[in-house]
Design a protein around this ligand. Structure first.
Ligand code: NDP
Length: 429
């Protein structure tokens, strides 16, 4: 990757953008074919992925530009239907780039498999028996999936929890075994599920209880990724607001989200606006990432902001985001969906940990994009201008008429379908 700065990219046509991208990358023939295909995911492949297939459901794929993370440039594919997300991410990435770029980190990819045991006659005894059998259980799990061990991963540790030990709640008592598994570059759901299912009979035998659930936890809090940016206020200045005003507004907006779940949900939705499109573009399981992220935002027993924004001693705006990030660069749809292969190739991603770092960086950028707009002009100005094309199409405009109607809607400051329909009718006459 040479650079993620491509000035004027947004002004080009779709085919010009494809050519620019092709020039920047040494795409394989297969990747180039996917880039130019109108329907890269064929019905035949789709039919092998899920049940009762009747077609495919494409989303626009745009590029988040200007990203620099740990000194490396990334052109980031984002699959999303919502206008203004890609533009906003690219805008903030440019600001952060001028401030030295994002720094990002991630833990080892340790995922959790859970085994639920009910009806053990003595919970404490069952717990200590399982802990004493630690090595046997880990070995059993690894024997069920030797290839991940050969890759340097596999089951590494376990923990046993007793839920509702003092029998105080309306729910039953139970024992839960957590198996910690390094899934290397895979998200790992199938690896984990195979392992926990394989040792369940031994767990039953050891605890004298009955095993019910044997499945991964999507609360992947041992597979974390974090991103950080430090922005001098002068880079935040806009036409009518000083950089300090923008910085202070962002910090106040963060504090609002940190305290208030009504605000936090919307604040965090804005973060997921950046995260989901990359997770989807790379063929990863966005439901798993969403579920884990929101649970992590409530880890203190209170649902709050996923990000943190504050001013440091030099007056810079500092942003931080840490989330569980159970994504892979192998497995699932990552190597089946042609656009996922293309997306991963485009970013020159070498490991699942690196992908996780990129994804949280986009989430952090997206959050600042939304907050910066909210504390200055308000979200509608930029959003509705970009949304105007979709409104024009929804009102029946096609071809060249789309831009004409969209511009008229912006000019008349009335970006709604009803107004667009009137304009379309006038144009048809
Ligand atoms: P796969 O089942 O496709 O497994 C990934 C496989 O890739 C590994 O088992 C390994 O097999 C191979 N592989 C090749 N190179 C590597 C490498 N460097 N690191 C690790 N593995 C490598 O995918 P996952 O187990 O990741 O499962 C993900 C899928 O499971 C997603 O589609 C998800 O939607 C789905 N799922 C999610 C659930 C949930 O979130 N609750 C539940 C069930 C399924 P080998 O070593 O043999 O080559």
């Amino acid at each position: 990757m040479k650079t993620s700065r491509i000035p004027g990219f947004y002004k080009k046509s779709v085919s010009e953008r494809r050519e620019v991208l092709k020039d920047l990358h040494s795409f394989t023939e297969e990747e180039a074919a996917a880039l130019y295909a109108e329907a890269p995911l064929t019905g035949a492949t789709a039919d092998n992925m899920i049940e009762n297939v009747i077609g495919t459901h494409p989303l626009p794929l745009g590029l988040g530009l200007n990203f620099q993370i740990n000194g490396k440039d990334y052109i980031i594919p984002m699959a999303i239907e919502e206008a203004s997300v890609v533009a906003s991410a690219s805008h903030i990435a440019k600001i952060v780039r001028n401030a030295g770029g994002f720094t990002a980190e991630s833990t080892d990819r340790v995922m959790i498999g859970q085994i639920q045991v009910v009806g053990a006659p003595d919970l404490q005894k069952a717990k200590s028996t399982l802990l004493e059998a630690r090595d046997q259980l880990i070995q059993g799990a690894n024997d069920a999936y030797p290839s991940i061990v050969a890759r340097g991963g596999g089951a590494e540790d376990l923990e046993v929890r007793i839920l509702n030990e003092s029998s105080e709640s309306k729910y039953g008592q139970m024992l839960v075994l957590h198996l910690y598994i390094n899934t290397c570059d895979a998200m790992g759901a199938n690896i984990i599920n195979t392992m926990v299912e394989s040792i369940a009979p031994v767990v039953e035998d050891l605890t004298k209880g009955k095993v019910y659930l044997r499945i991964l936890s999507n609360y992947a809090d041992k597979s974390l990724a974090s991103a950080r940016c430090v922005i001098p206020p002068e880079l935040l200045e806009t036409g009518s607001y000083s950089g300090e005003e923008v910085r202070d507004g962002v910090v106040h907006a963060y504090e609002f989200a940190a305290m208030d779940p009504y605000r936090a949900v919307t604040h965090n939705k804005g973060i997921m606006n950046g995260i989901d499109p990359v997770v989807i573009a790379t063929g990863n399981d966005w439901r798993a990432v969403e579920a884990g992220a929101h649970a992590y935002a409530a880890r203190d027993g209170h649902y709050g902001s996923m990000t943190k924004w504050y001013a440091d001693e030099e007056g810079n705006l500092v942003g931080e985001l840490e989330l569980p990030m159970s994504v892979g660069i192998v497995g699932g749809a990552t190597r089946i969906h042609p656009m996922a292969k293309l997306s991963l190739g485009m970013m020159h991603i070498e490991s699942a940990r690196e992908l996780a770092q990129v994804i949280v960086s986009v989430g952090l950028a997206q959050n600042l994009g939304a907050l910066k707009a909210l504390v200055t002009d308000g979200i509608q100005k930029g959003h509705m201008a970009l949304h105007s094309r979709s409104v024009a199409i929804a009102a029946g405009a096609s071809g060249e008429m789309i831009d004409v109607i969209a511009e008229q809607l912006i000019e008349e400051k009335e970006i709604r379908v009803g107004k667009a329909k009137e304009l379309v009718e006038q144009h048809k006459k």
